[in-house]
Design a protein around this ligand. Structure first.
Ligand code: ADP
Ligand code: MG
Length: 705
């Protein structure tokens, strides 16, 4: 559909070719329609006057307006440091208004004893509030329309600013754009929804999101736009599921058979936890229902997902189907094979391992075994999804550590059969419920929220840097008891300031405190050659080193049960999910393990919350929820880019989780009545959903840190 909204932004008065090119590249804004959906990231409320105390204590304020009376003023300092300072106050405290190179109009305009409204960026200096180069107005008389209204700030970068794409210019362009287009803005939500939820119309919302007429209208506009965005997202995800259900039927695993029962009675060396049993029951119910299963199984490291996966595969085998299990690396695939194959042999189930390094001859044998149906279970890596791998009747697929596999790879497995096999996706990355609901909205979710009995939860302690000697003492005690210690530093990046200890300095200071030959220390970080890295890891694994100094590379794949202490340096620099993953490296043996978080003495409020959370809980889900709340979705992903994959322009999965849950319910109710959005009254929704379907909604969870 061609409309004014698909016009190229270069035609917008004042933008022009050059700026348009930069806007397209840096902001991914190409058309009038795109620009209209580029919302301010925050608003300056010039209808609100703060007190000096508020301006000093509320860290979230970027620009504030205070009403103060001038007490005295004058020039201070010499030479380049010379500045003009106006000391003013309100009932709650003092402020220094500062001008460097004060122009005459400033010094002439200000009178001692008079009241002004000062608007600017608050900063605290020597325990005093100050404001450099504020705008000054005289209350009421000087209050122009501009100073007594609300306006939005658009996010910009150094580069954009240099090219003239400033927040101020965007505001100007937006004004033009709305003038030209507002009469063309059409409603996208059906009338019955607008009415039922008392939503602001689309046109009014777009006008107010950019130029709020009042705080109340702004919040209504935000609500409406978030509501719409989340509703379309949920409808799109849920409708896809309906399309799938309507289209295809699932394989039916009618009964629990001999292999499953024999494994349970003869091979299992422990009792399943309640959570494990529940997941097996959920899978059992799905696979009996005649509907194709797509289930996400979340469970922390060590919660026992593999056994559950194996039992599900045996269920398939009992019902005459083959099963496959795909792992992200060869090491993991081999580990699975080594733990699964011997037990399966006992109960007469044939398992094969297929990876990139499987030899030709062996590979041929496997191909034959798969086609003839002689092989019951295939374990492997990406090699599994190659087109040449053909099964006789694949019925069940497990994808371990899903975050490494995209949706496209997942669907490649489905095409290996006429009828799609059941799919169980297993992951140890705790994914917040809201995110799971969105990104994996088409999957049902099972959770193993219980660790096998007898595991001692890791004890977590937070120390400030000045208590390092005490921490060293503790490390010595543990080493004397025969245990090993990790010391982890944030990644080495050249651009980072010197005050962050990098791993090499860290290594030297550890070696000084733990000198050889009594102590052996290895270092492992991402910038080493792979063979050096492997060497260091192996030395530690074999117990030939007491301490491993590392960057977060050790997050992946290290399993040393004898290591009982994880010291994380500059812990405030890590996100909660990453801290949690690091902590998961200890607590793998029978001994009590410890995680020690070291931070600088000055901690931001945010940093303190993270440390407190780590000390308080070992629940990965709770931590991931909190992480999302503290850092927001964009940061969770680490890049703007991946935030764009979900294409959320205004809603935040973290902050708007309640709205998301509510809207999810609305979407479910709509689809309950109109499965595929085919009815007339939902035609606007269908149009919006179709547009949204064209975007890929996968996220690479390995990038969550
Ligand atoms: P993950 O969920 O990280 O894949 P694994 O499946 O590798 O965890 O299980 C971790 C360890 O816990 C394995 O050695 C496994 O045998 C053991 N385990 C699993 N379930 C139980 C249980 N219910 N009781 C005791 N040990 C268990
Ligand atoms: Mg596992």
């Amino acid at each position: 559909m061609d409309s004014i909204f698909s016009s190229d932004i270069k035609y917008l008065p004042g933008v022009g070719q050059g700026k348009a090119a930069i806007i397209k590249r840096d902001l991914d804004i190409h058309t009038y329609g795109d620009l209209l959906q580029f919302y301010p990231y925050r608003y300056i409320d010039r209808t609100r006057i703060y007190t000096v105390r508020e301006a000093m204590t509320d860290e979230s304020l970027v620009l504030v307006q205070i009403k103060v009376r001038v007490e005295r003023m004058g020039a201070v300092g010499e030479g380049a440091r010379r500045r003009f300072v106006v000391v003013a106050r309100d009932a709650t405290g003092y402020v220094d208004l500062i001008w460097f190179n004060a122009a005459k109009w400033v010094t002439d305009k200000i009178e001692v004893g008079r009241e002004y409204i000062a608007f600017g960026r608050p900063s605290i200096y020597n325990g005093m509030l100050s404001m450099a180069h504020p705008e000054l107005d005289i209350p009421m008389t000087g209050a122009s329309k501009r100073t007594m209204s609300m306006y939005g700030l658009y996010s910009s970068t150094e580069r954009l600013n240099r090219a003239g794409v400033t927040s101020r210019n965007i505001t100007r362009w937006m004004g033009k754009l709305l003038e030209m287009t507002s009469s063309h803005i059409e409603e996208t939500l059906p009338g019955y929804i607008i009415e039922r939820f008392g939503l602001l119309g689309r046109r009014e919302s777009l006008v107010n999101i950019h130029f709020p007429q009042s705080a109340e209208l702004l919040s209504k506009a935000q609500y409406r736009l978030k509501f719409e965005e989340l509703l379309i997202l949920q409808l799109s995800i849920l409708r896809q599921r309906n399309v799938r259900v309507v289209r295809g039927s699932g394989l039916v695993f009618a009964s629990v058979g001999e292999k499953f029962n024999r494994y349970y009675n003869e091979c299992l060396e422990f009792d399943l936890t309640g959570a494990q049993k529940r997941v097996v029951r959920e899978v059992r119910a799905d696979t009996r229902s005649g509907r194709q299963m797509n289930r996400l199984l979340q469970g922390d490291v060590g919660s026992g997902k593999t056994v559950v996966g194996l039992m599900c595969m045996l269920l398939a085998v009992d019902n005459g189907y083959q099963a496959a299990m795909m792992a992200p690396t060869e090491i993991l695939a081999s580990q699975h094979y080594a733990s699964v194959a011997p037990q399966c042999e006992k109960i007469g189930v044939k398992v094969a391992l297929l990876t990139g390094s499987t030899k030709r001859g062996e590979r041929r044998e496997i191909d034959e075994g798969l086609r003839s149906g002689e092989i019951d279970i295939l374990i492997g890596t990406h090699a599994l999804i190659e087109d040449s791998v053909k099964f006789a009747n694949l019925g069940f697929v497990i994808i371990d550590e899903q975050h490494r596999f995209g949706v496209i790879q997942r669907s490649k497995l489905w095409t290996k059969n006429e009828v799609e096999p059941h799919v169980l996706v297993m992951t140890a990355t705790p994914i917040p419920r809201t995110l799971a609901m969105t990104v994996y909205g088409d999957l049902d979710v099972s959770v193993i929220d219980e660790l096998p009995p007898g595991r001692k939860p890791v004890k977590t302690l937070h120390f400030f840097d000045n208590r390092r000697l005490q921490v060293f003492g503790f490390m010595r005690d543990q080493i004397d008891k025969g245990r090993q210690v990790y010391v982890v530093y944030p990644l080495v990046k050249e651009s980072e300031k010197m005050d962050y200890k990098n791993v090499e300095d860290g290594y030297e200071s550890i070696v000084r405190a733990f000198p050889p030959p009594k102590y052996a220390t290895v270092i492992v970080h991402g910038q080493m050659k792979p063979q050096d890295k492997d060497y260091g890891m192996n030395v530690f694994k074999r117990g030939h080193a007491h301490i491993m100094v590392a960057t977060s590379v050790i997050e992946v794949g290290v399993n040393v049960p004898n290591a009982t202490v994880m010291v994380i340096e500059s812990a405030e620099r890590f996100g909660l999910s990453q801290l949690h993953q690091l902590r998961g490296r200890v607590g793998r043996g029978a001994e009590q393990s410890y995680c020690i978080l070291m931070t600088g003495n000055k901690l931001s409020a945010d940093g303190r919350k993270r440390m407190e959370a780590m000390v308080r809980t070992t629940d990965g889900f709770e931590l991931s929820e909190l992480d999302l709340k503290l850092r927001g979705y964009g940061d969770l992903e680490g890049t703007q880019q991946s935030g764009n994959m979900l294409d959320l322009k205004i809603a935040s999965l973290g902050r708007d989780s309640e709205l998301l849950q509510m809207v999810r319910g609305v979407a479910e109710a709509i689809l309950e009545e109109d499965e595929l959005l085919a009815s007339d009254k939902n035609s606007r929704l269908l149009e919006a959903v179709r547009a949204s379907d064209n975007k890929d909604k996968t996220i690479d969870f390995s990038r969550i840190s």
